[in-house]
Design a protein around this ligand. Sequence first.
Ligand SMILES: *[C@@H]1O[C@H](CO)[C@@H](O)[C@H](O)[C@H]1NC(C)=O
Length: 398
Amino acid sequence: MERRLIMSDFGFLLAYVTLLLSVSLEASGGPSEIKTGTAFFIFGDSSVDSGNNNYIDTIPENRGNYKPYAQNGFFKEPTGRFSDGRIIVDYIAEYANLPLIPPFLQPSAEYVNGVNFASGGAGVLSTTNQGQAIDLKTQLKHFEEVQNSLTKKLGDAETKELLSEAVYFISIGSNDYMGGYLGNPRMQEQHPPEEYVGMIIGNLTQAIQELYEKGGRKFGFLSLSPLGCLPALRALNTKSNVGSCFEEASTLALAHNNALKAVLTRIEHLFMGFKYSNSYFYNWLDDRINNPTKFGFKDGVNACCGTGPYGGIFSCGGTKKVREYQLCDNADDYVWWDSFHPTERIHEQFAKALWDGPPSYVAPYNLKDLFLTINKEKLTIGDIVDNPENEQTFYESL
Ligand SMILES: *[C@@H]1O[C@H](CO)[C@@H](O)[C@H](O)[C@H]1NC(C)=O
């Protein structure tokens, strides 16, 4: 039986967003001499991690720096990306004429074109996979370090300009619903699903606000996929119709996506100059899972790399709990690379859709608009309404 989560009660969440009647904005300096491209800052989980987890103490499940990851040869060696090759943010960087964006933890990473803070296994909540990933709050602290370092290097005015023109891309939440909730009976006892989704969205909203207050204006969001159709979750579905997706997980993902959409609409009106691109990954991927041949794939159900039913036992690479694994002949025929992550081909197709796709996949702006078309709102002193008291109330209510 499908349990429906109707997110009708998002009023409570919007209420405190509304409390933020004003935010303090600092006027940026005059026209700048030094020109940089539009920088790209990335936050999230394994869907966008380009190697941060290589530098932290974690479990092999949260790493992609061993074979056969990266086997298609685009990278000489496995990099930590959870793919047979590139991931979505690599393509977006390419379309935006940027070099590959370095992981924050990579020694001597260059920051001026942006930084990737994402970490495989990470959640919005720090309790999700605690101690095994860099949670979103810590990713924001790392961003602050980058901000300070850029200010030292480029000066205050340049840095403000760079940060206000940059695109902030956030792809997170799946781990909060999988390990953090469905895999955590105590959390399920403490919070009914609707309330839990509210917590995730509430904390995600705080993160967006924090980036906005640090000067971020252009945001991109990767919405959640049909989580129950990941090979690992399909294999867990032992209920009535074996072989179908794990409905509870997909239902949570849909509820999350609906709630995020509602919050972004609201924020757009409240945060002056806030521009965003939201994606509709759920239906997009569902189409490919159900009709792979229509999109040039042969298999939408099984993982190319893994063990057991649907390749759903997360064994790819032979470094995890289960050592044996099977590898398909041609990853390009598959939607799923391993038990949790799609192939490079899916990453590329979706990056294209996000870059200049139609409003059914990406709205209200696509990423091309954010990177190339929309100019920073030029703020003037007259735009600035500084009311610390309102801001204080906002924080206390969160
Ligand atoms: C953020 O998550 C915590 C649990 O970690 C929760 O208690 C809190 O209410 C959430 N904040 C918002 C604004 O939803």
